[in-house]
Design a protein around this ligand. Structure first.
Ligand SMILES: [Zn+2]
Length: 61
C-alpha cells in the first residue's frame, strides 16, 4: 500500500504530492478520515465544505 497524503487546503486524501482537486500541496502529517459517498446528502460534507465524493482527512498539519 502506498503512502497516503492529505491536501492542506481541502483535506482530500491522495497518493500524489499535489491535490488532484485543488492543486495545493499535500501533507503526510494528517489524522483520521471520513469517506464521503454521497456529498449531496452528507451532513459532514456540508460542514466541511466538500462538494465531491472521496476520502477526506479530519486533521491536516
Ligand atoms: Zn485539495
Amino acid at each position: 500500500m502506498k503512502l497516503q497524503k492529505a491536501c492542506k487546503h481541502c483535506s482530500f486524501i491522495t497518493e500524489e504530492d499535489t491535490c488532484p482537486l485543488c492543486g495545493n500541496q499535500t501533507s503526510r502529517d494528517w489524522q483520521g478520515y471520513v469517506i464521503i459517498v454521497d456529498h449531496t446528502r452528507s451532513e459532514i460534507a456540508k460542514r466541511m465544505g466538500i462538494n465531491v465524493n472521496g476520502k477526506f482527512a479530519l486533521k491536516v498539519r
